[in-house]
Design a protein around this ligand. Structure first.
Ligand code: PDD
Length: 285
């Protein structure tokens, strides 16, 4: 089956899905994006993803080229045309296409928008969760507003590649004070010896994950203690458990950090329980 992408008002076969050479997303990474899980053909937590999209767009003063209701239709239509039951839908909105100039383009320049969808095998995610993943740590060399879900992901790309080259699945960024900020494409969590579930406060130093919010609800429902504070890589290495969260991962146990086994080196019970509980607290639409 050929894949279909939505590009600036048209549904196109992938090989014909093109943006203009002067699209500012291409020239300057001047755009924002969202990634939403698709489950049983339905969108997971669309409302919260759309709220974050609006916040990112407002922060960068980019207009959404259509209403949120119309965008919901495009997302669903892209999922439908690609026959995705379980997978991901991606959305990028850029400041549009105009003669190259760092300053904003002339008023009236239409924003650009691309939507793509792809299937994922849920069994693969489950297998990976059963094994757990390895993580490396890297210096956080990103800009100071990573709470905006911007398409400028070069440090994240390099961090993920460094992880892969070291046989790991994720890289955790560590700030100048030695504190873990987040993963290259996920939020970072630990479970302490005192059974506290810990993640960093969602200030400007991390992306406030939608899955993070879902897991917070699951933590409360399971009667677990939640503490919002930063932790060092060393504390994480000595923690009872560690895990990451993202729309593309749900909850993924971490079993090694910089080569050191976490706990007994196997996925821990809290991460497993939160993964099992996850979709009870996510909204389907
Ligand atoms: N990444 N932090 C970063 C840097 C991320 O890129 C992501 C998501 C998250 C988790 O956010 P959420 O729970 O809303 O997915 C945290 C997406 C999946 C990606 O870029 O592919």
């Amino acid at each position: 089956m050929s894949r279909i992408a939505y590009v600036n008002g048209r549904y196109r076969p992938h090989r014909e899905a093109m943006i203009h050479v002067e699209d500012r997303g291409f020239q300057f990474a001047d755009g924002v994006y969202e990634v939403c899980e698709v489950r049983g053909g339905r969108l997971v937590d669309e409302r919260r993803h759309m709220a974050r999209l609006t916040r990112s767009l407002d922060a960068l003063r980019i207009d959404l080229p259509m209403s949120l209701a119309a965008l919901g239709i495009v997302l669903r239509e892209t999922v439908r045309r690609n026959r995705v039951r379980d997978g991901l839908v991606y959305l990028q909105v850029t400041r549009g296409s105009a003669r190259r100039d760092h300053g904003f383009p002339p008023a009236g320049t239409a924003p650009g928008m691309v939507v793509t969808a792809r299937s994922l095998d849920p069994a693969r995610g489950e297998r990976s969760a059963a094994d757990g993943i390895a993580v490396i740590t890297v210096p956080d060399n990103r800009w100071a507003r990573v709470d905006i879900k911007a398409t400028s992901l070069l440090p994240n790309v390099l961090a993920k590649q460094a992880a892969r080259e070291q046989g790991a699945r994720e890289a955790w960024f560590v700030d100048a004070s030695g504190l873990v900020t987040e993963g290259s494409s996920s939020n970072a969590w630990i479970v302490t010896a005192g059974d506290e579930v810990v993640t960093r406060p969602a200030d400007h130093s991390i992306l406030k994950g939608i899955s993070r919010a879902v897991v917070l609800d699951a933590v409360a429902a399971l009667g677990l203690t939640f503490v919002e504070r930063a932790f060092t890589a060393k504390e994480a290495q000595g923690a009872r458990e560690a895990f990451v969260t993202a729309a593309s991962q749900i909850v993924q146990p971490v079993v090694r950090i910089d080569g050191k086994p976490i706990g007994d080196g196997h996925p821990g019970p809290v991460a497993i329980a939160l993964r099992r509980e996850f979709h009870r607290h996510a909204e389907l639409s």
